[in-house]
Design a protein around this ligand. Structure first.
Ligand code: HAM
Length: 433
């Protein structure tokens, strides 16, 4: 590398043209699905007041304590790059009175999120989420519909190595009782906990349930269990959800140690994970957060949502060989000699008027017939439109199929729109069959 070149920031990625094809395709699929279920897009700022995240995600969570990109604004006050989308979405709903205007809101968003974590495969400092939030629905019918929507997404993407884990965290009051007993119990075993869990015992003890350390896991097996602390209403909400999922034949496992790393959750939490990507196995996660809207100054409004990590989903699609093939243009214009080149630009502009949606690349910087035809092939185009001086003077061009062993057809300029429409249409049909 050139010693003087400026480097990419660690944990940040460029998404190159060969990758944006699958990004755009996937974004389109998710958007289509969300809109099919009545979700409306909301676009939110990348920067928010730091306080928003401290008050929603929780001041003693890893995200807020260690991972945010935070700085002082020029005019004073602390700002942070958003580490996730839920807090901003709730803030926007309150700012614009959305929760007063309509009892039920279904919103979706997408874009970059920022967390200063240790980068590794599937974990980046700038990553991209697509997420959905539904406000104003109390019962488990919304959990059921959201999970059915996601199950539909995975199967439409051809994914198999993804499975659903569920848990209920109960109400803040029941969780607090559990937390106290857990801290009591683990406090007595302090020296046998791993170092991370020892630290969490005083900051965020529920996250100890997530620990991968075997010694800590052994202690947890004999520790108080969250499910024994659930209030009756949370219990019946959860069992109703489980039975609805069973009736829709959506497989899931109940994972009593699933607590999630954000404080705003109440009752249902879930994670879709994969065994195909190693440590960063969560593809899509979410849950219910019935208290957050009110806690941030809005009206009481039950809420639930999820976000999927685009990078991880694309990695999984690659492992499962479900990434769509990159498509070339419809036509590459091979223009040999100056006369043809000049006529070619006029002809091509006319064709763009006459054939809406035509994807066409003009050869630039001249080159021999053979060199241009090689470029046409490399571009991935379906057809070459070929013109030399003789053709240009006669007002004709040859259309040569590049992906099928068919003859080239000489066509008058005025017949080209019809010929191209027909050929492109049947090439498209063949690709899809
Ligand atoms: P989260 O679990 O923190 O939840 O993130 C959601 C998803 O974002 C994860 O399942 C993962 O796929 C992806 N993700 C998270 N961190 C990274 C990273 N450093 N690099 C790559 N991908 C990552 C939330 O963000 C909640 N706001 C979800 C939610 C919405 N809950 C309710 N509504």
């Amino acid at each position: 590398m050139n010693a003087g070149s400026v480097q990419l920031v660690r944990g940040f990625n460029d998404i190159l043209p060969k990758e944006t094809v699958s990004w755009r395709w996937l974004e389109g699929r998710v958007r289509h699905l969300l809109e099919g279920y009545g979700y409306q897009e909301i676009r939110l700022p990348l920067l928010e007041a730091t306080e928003l995240f401290a008050r929603s995600i929780g001041a003693s969570t890893d995200i807020v304590e260690k991972e945010m990109y935070t700085f002082d604004d020029k005019g004073g006050g602390s700002l942070s790059l958003r580490p996730e989308g839920t807090a901003g979405c709730v803030r926007a709903g309150i700012t614009h009175g959305l929760f007063h205007q309509r009892a039920v809101q279904r919103l979706w968003y997408s874009g970059p999120m920022f967390r200063h974590e240790r980068p590794q495969k599937g974990r980046y400092r700038q990553f991209h989420q697509m997420g959905a939030e539904a406000f104003g629905i109390e019962g488990p019918e919304i959990e059921t519909e959201m999970l059915a929507m996601l199950a539909r997404l995975w199967s439409s993407l051809g994914l198999q190595r993804i499975s659903l884990k569920l848990n209920s965290l109960g109400t803040p009051a029941s969780r607090e009782r559990f937390r106290r007993d857990l801290v009591d119990y683990l406090g007595k075993e302090h020296d046998r906990l791993d170092a991370d869990s020892q630290r969490r015992l005083h900051t965020n003890p529920l996250r100890i349930l997530d620990s991968k350390d075997e010694g800590t896991q052994a202690l947890l097996a004999r520790a108080p269990q969250l499910s024994d602390y659930l209030d009756e209403e949370s219990k019946s909400h959860f069992s109703e959800l489980c039975s609805r999922l069973e009736s829709l034949k959506i497989p899931f496992t109940v994972d009593p140690h699933l607590v999630r790393g954000l404080d705003y959750y109440t009752r249902t939490v879930f994670e879709w994970t994969t065994d195909a990507l190693g440590a960063q196995d969560a593809i899509c996660s979410g849950g219910r957060y019935d208290g957050l809207v009110e806690q941030l100054g809005g009206p009481q409004s039950p809420a639930i949502g999820w976000a999927l990590g685009m990078e991880r989903l694309l990695l999984l699609m690659e492992v499962e060989r479900q990434i769509p093939q990159e498509e070339g243009p419809d036509v590459y214009c091979v223009l040999v000699g100056q006369v043809a080149e000049r006529a070619g630009i006029r002809l091509s502009e006319r064709l763009r008027d006459q054939v809406p949606g035509l994807r066409m690349i003009l050869n630039m910087s001249q080159g021999s017939f053979r060199a241009q035809l090689r470029r046409a092939d490399r571009s991935g185009a379906q057809f070459a439109l070929i013109m030399g001086e003789n053709e240009a003077n006669a007002g004709v061009a040859a259309v040569k199929p590049l992906r099928a062993p068919a003859e080239q057809i000489e066509t008058h300029w005025e017949d080209l729109p019809e010929t191209l429409n027909r050929l492109i249409g049947s090439a498209e049909d063949q690709r899809q069959s």
